[in-house]
Design a protein around this ligand. Structure first.
Ligand code: TYM
Length: 333
C-alpha cells in the first residue's frame, strides 16, 4: 500500500487556542492512520514575520511542540519537528519565490490583514510568507494539508506554484489539497463573534487557550458575547450562538440539529455552561499531558531530533531533485 503524505504546521507565536485545536490539531491527530504518513512542524520561521523576543520565542517553540504531542501527535506515526531544524525549507522557499508572482501574493487576504495589524513592520517576509508555506508542503510531497479555513487561500497558492513548477520543469511535486473540517473550520472570537478566534488577540477573554484551567474556561464561556434574540437558533444573524452551537457539536459529537433539539426552549446560559463542560472534559487530559511532557526535556528533545531526521531525509530528496531540474545542482557529477 502506498502511503499518502500529510503535512501541516502551526506558528509558535502566542497561546495556542481552541480555534487552532478544532480547525487543525484535532484533525492532525485523526489523520494518523495506517495509509498515511504525517509531517507536522512548529513553523518558527513563519513566526519571525512579526517581532519576537529571542528567549520567549525559543520557549514558545518548545511549548508548541509539547502541546502537539499532548494533542495526540504520535511520534511513531508522524515526524514532529521544528521548521528551522530542516534547512531545506528556507532553500526551497527561495527557488519557489522565483516562480511566484507579486500579483498572486498581493491577493492574499492574510497579508492585507497582517500588514494592517503590524503597520510599523510590513517586512518582505510577511509578503512572501505563503511561498515559505508552499515550500513546507511541497518538500514532503504532501497530498493533504489539514488546516482551518483561514489557511485555505495559502494552500491554494501552493497548488498553483506546484502546478506551474511541474509544467516548467516536469513532474516534481504532488499537488496538495486542503483538508478543512466541515464544522469548526472557523471558530469565532468569544468577544466579537464576527471575528475569528485568534492567538494574537490582546483580549484573553476572546479565546480559550488549550491550557486554560477549567474555571477559566467556564468563566470565558459564561462571558461570551451573544445577542438579544433570546432564542437558540443556528443562523448568520446570531453568530455568537452559532459559534457556541458549533463548539458544542464538535465536543459532544452531536449534530447541530441534535443540539438544537436539546436546547429547544432553554436559555443562553444553559448552552454556555453545557459547551464549557464539554470543552473542559476534552481539554483537561490534554493540559495534564502537556505539563508532563514539557517537564520531560529529554523525551521532548529525542522526539524532535528524530522528527527532524525523518523530515530531513524526505526534504533532502525533494530539494536535490529540484536543484537537478533547475540547473542549480550536480555541476560535476
Ligand atoms: P496558525 O499558526 O495561525 O494556525 C494553526 C492552525 O490553526 C488554524 N486556525 C483556526 N481554525 C479554526 N478556527 C480558528 N479561529 C483558527 N485559527 C487558526 C489555522 O487555519 C491553522 O491550520 N501559516 C500557518 C502555519 C503553517 C502551515 C504550514 C500550515 C506554516 N506552514 C504548512 C499548513 C501547511 C499559520 O499561520 O497557522
Amino acid at each position: 500500500m502506498e502511503k499518502k503524505n500529510v503535512l501541516s504546521g502551526i506558528q509558535p507565536s502566542g497561546i495556542i487556542t481552541l480555534g487552532n485545536y478544532v480547525g487543525a490539531l484535532r484533525n492532525w491527530a485523526k489523520l494518523q492512520t495506517d495509509d498515511r504518513f504525517c509531517f507536522y512542524c512548529v513553523a518558527n520561521l513563519h513566526a519571525m514575520t512579526v517581532r519576537q523576543d529571542p528567549e520567549v520565542f525559543r520557549q514558545r517553540t518548545i511549548e508548541a511542540a509539547a502541546l502537539l504531542l499532548a494533542c495526540g501527535i504520535d511520534p511513531k506515526r508522524s515526524a514532529l519537528f521544528i521548521q528551522s531544524s530542516v534547512h531545506e525549507h528556507a532553500e526551497l522557499s527561495w527557488v519557489l519565490n522565483c516562480s511566484t508572482y507579486m500579483g498572486e501574493l498581493n491577493r492574499m487576504t492574510q497579508f492585507k490583514d497582517k500588514s494592517a495589524k503590524h503597520a510599523d513592520n510590513i517586512n518582505a517576509g510577511l509578503f512572501t510568507y505563503p511561498v515559505l508555506m508552499a515550500a513546507d508542503i511541497l518538500l514532503y510531497q504532501a497530498s493533504y494539508v489539514p488546516v482551518g479555513h483561514d489557511q485555505k487561500q495559502h494552500v491554494e497558492i501552493a497548488r498553483d506554484i506546484a502546478e506551474r513548477f511541474n509544467k516548467l520543469y516536469g513532474e516534481t511535486f504532488v499537488i496538495p489539497e486542503p483538508f478543512i473540517p466541515k464544522v469548526g473550520g472557523r471558530i469565532m472570537s468569544l468577544q466579537d463573534p464576527t471575528k475569528k478566534m485568534s492567538k494574537s488577540d490582546p483580549n484573553p477573554s476572546s479565546f480559550i487557550a488549550i491550557t486554560d484551567e477549567p474555571n477559566v474556561i467556564l468563566k470565558k464561556f459564561k462571558r461570551a458575547v451573544t445577542d438579544s434574540e433570546a432564542r437558540i437558533a443556528y443562523n448568520e444573524n446570531q453568530p455568537g450562538i452559532a459559534n457556541l452551537l458549533s463548539i458544542y457539536s464538535i465536543f459532544t459529537g452531536k449534530t447541530i440539529e441534535e443540539a438544537l433539539e436539546i436546547f429547544d426552549g432553554m436559555g443562553y446560559g444553559q448552552l454556555k455552561v453545557a459547551t464549557a463542560e464539554a470543552v473542559i472534559e476534552e481539554l483537561t487530559p490534554i493540559r495534564e499531558e502537556y505539563n508532563r511532557i514539557l517537564a520531560d526535556r529529554v523525551y521532548l528533545e529525542g522526539v524532535l531530533n528524530e522528527g527532524a531526521r525523518q523530515a530531513a531525509a524526505v526534504a533532502e530528496k525533494t530539494l536535490h531533485n529540484v536543484y537537478a531540474k533547475t540547473g542549480l545542482g550536480s555541476f560535476f557529477a
